[in-house]
Design a protein around this ligand. Structure first.
Ligand code: PMP
Length: 392
C-alpha cells in the first residue's frame, strides 16, 4: 500500500538521536537520557486504594461513562484552589483538565498559531513543546538565555508586540534545570503587560524545589496575560496522563472546542482516581519525599561531575527538578559522544534538538532521578573517561 501522507505528516522526521536512544531501554545501560520521574516515587498503594474506592462506590458509573470536556468538577475545583495563591484567585471555570500537559501544548498551538506566527522561546527549550508547536508552522524567535534562564532585557517591545506568545518554563527548566529569578519573573510580567504579550507558563517541575523555596509563578504576576500549565506527571505518576490549563474563560472555552475534536475529554476514571488520592492533602506529605530523593541523586551527580570531569566541562547545580545541563569543550560533538557512550553502556540526550533556531552541538542533558547513586557515579566516570580521551 502506498501511503500519501499529508504535507504536515510528511514533514515530520524521525530523529537520529531517538534511534540511538531506543537502545538505552536495555537493562544493562546506565541511562541519564529519559525525562522520566523515578518510579520509586509512584504512590502505588494509594492509587490501588483509590481505584477500589472509585469502582466500588456509587461513582463507578461516572468513572466509566463519558464525561464533560472541561474535566471532572471536583478535580477542577481542587486545581483552582491549589493555584489560587500569592494574592491570585482562580475560579474552577478557568481550569481545563487535559490528557497530560503535552496535550495543552498541542491545543495551545492549534488555538494561537497561524503559519508564520512569531513565537518567543527560550534557548534552549523543551523539545516536546517545539514538536507540538512546529505542526502549526510558526516562526520561532529564540530569546537569549544565560545560566539564570531567559534574559528579559534581550526582548524588545517590538518583539513582544509582534509575537503570538512567549513559551517559558520558569522552574527547573527542561532541558537546563535552570530556575528564573524573581527579578526576571517580574520583568517578564511587566513586559507582557506593557505589550499585550501572551505568556505560556509551563510548570511541571514547580513543586520539585529541593529546599522548598518556591518562587511566585509568572501567572500570579501577570494573571491577565498568562496561560498556566500544570501536570500530575511529576508529583503522582505520568501514566495517569493528567495535566491542566489555567487561563481566562474566553481562552478555556476555545480550548474546550479544540479538545472536544481531539479526544472528547480526559479519562473519567483517571481523573477520579487522582482526585481521590489527593483530596485530603496527600501531596503535602508525598512531595517532600520526592524532593528529598531527587536532591540526594542530584547531589550524587554533582559530586561525581566535580570529581571526574575535566575542568573544561561546565555544568550547573540545579535547585530543583530532574536535569543538569552540561557544556562540553568545543572540540566535542555531543551526538557523536552519545554513540560512543552507548557502546560503553551509558546514555544521555544531546542538547541539539532543544534549540529552535541555531543550535549548539556541544551540550547535553543529564537526567539523574531514575538512577541509584552508585550507578550515577559509575556512569559519570565512564562519560568523563570518554571526554578526557577527546580532550587529551
Ligand atoms: N512540559 C515540559 C517542560 C515537560 O518536561 C514535560 C514532560 N517531560 C511536559 C510538558 C509534558 O508532561 P505531561 O504531558 O506528562 O504532563
Amino acid at each position: 500500500m502506498q501511503w500519501n501522507f499529508s504535507d504536515r505528516a510528511a514533514s515530520l522526521k524521525s530523529s537520529a538521536i531517538r534511534e540511538i536512544l531506543k537502545i538505552t531501554e536495555q537493562p544493562d545501560i546506565i541511562s541519564f537520557a529519559g525525562g522520566l520521574p523515578s518510579p520509586d516515587t509512584f504512590p502505588v498503594k494509594e492509587i490501588k486504594q483509590a481505584v477500589d474506592h472509585v469502582l466500588n462506590g456509587n461513582d463507578a458509573i461516572g468513572a466509566l461513562q463519558y464525561g464533560p470536556t472541561e474535566g471532572y468538577v471536583p478535580l477542577r475545583e481542587w486545581v483552582a484552589k491549589q493555584v489560587s495563591r500569592d494574592g491570585i484567585t482562580v475560579r474552577p471555570t478557568q481550569v481545563l483538565i487535559v490528557t497530560g500537559s503535552q496535550q495543552a501544548l498541542d491545543l495551545i498551538g492549534k488555538a494561537l498559531i497561524n503559519k508564520g506566527s512569531q513565537i518567543l522561546v527560550e534557548t534552549p527549550t523543551y523539545l516536546g513543546g517545539l514538536q507540538s508547536f512546529t505542526q502549526y508552522e510558526p516562526q520561532y524567535v529564540s530569546i537569549e538565555s544565560d545560566e539564570k534562564g531567559l534574559i528579559p532585557d534581550s526582548i524588545s517591545d517590538d518583539m513582544a508586540k509582534s509575537a503570538s506568545f512567549m513559551y517559558l518554563i520558569p522552574n527547573f527548566q527542561n532541558p537546563t534545570g535552570r530556575r528564573l529569578s524573581l527579578e526576571r519573573r517580574k520583568q517578564v510580567a511587566e513586559l507582557a503587560k506593557k505589550n499585550d504579550l501572551v505568556l505560556i507558563e509551563d510548570d511541571p517541575y514547580g513543586e520539585l524545589d529541593y529546599e522548598g523555596n518556591r518562587l511566585p509563578g509568572v501567572y500570579t504576576l501577570a494573571p491577565e496575560n498568562t496561560v498556566y500549565l500544570g501536570s500530575f506527571s511529576k508529583v503522582l505518576a505520568p501514566g495517569l496522563r493528567l495535566g491542566y490549563i489555567v487561563a481566562s474563560e474566553t481562552l478555556i472555552n476555545k480550548l474546550v472546542q479544540l479538545k472536544q475534536a481531539a479526544d472528547l475529554h480526559t479519562p473519567s476514571l483517571t481523573q477520579r482516581i487522582a482526585y481521590h488520592v489527593i483530596k485530603e492533602g496527600f501531596l503535602e506529605k508525598h512531595i517532600p519525599t520526592i524532593r528529598a530523593l531527587y536532591a540526594k541523586r542530584c547531589n550524587a551527580m554533582i559530586d561525581s561531575l566535580i570529581q571526574h570531569m575535566p575542568k573544561s566541562v561546565k555544568f550547573n547545580r540545579p535547585e530543583g527538578g530532574m536535569f543538569i545541563w552540561v557544556e562540553l569543550p568545543k572540540t566535542i560533538n555531543a551526538t557523536e559522544l552519545l554513540a560512543e557512550a552507548v557502546q560503553n553502556k551509558v546514555a544521555f540526550v544531546p542538547g541539539e534538538p532543544f534549540f529552535a533556531n541555531s543550535t549548539n552541538i556541544h551540550c547535553l542533558r543529564l537526567a539523574f532521578v531514575t538512577v541509584p547513586e552508585e550507578k550515577i557515579e559509575k556512569g559519570i566516570k565512564i562519560l568523563a573517561e570518554l571526554i578526557k580521551k577527546h580532550t587529551a
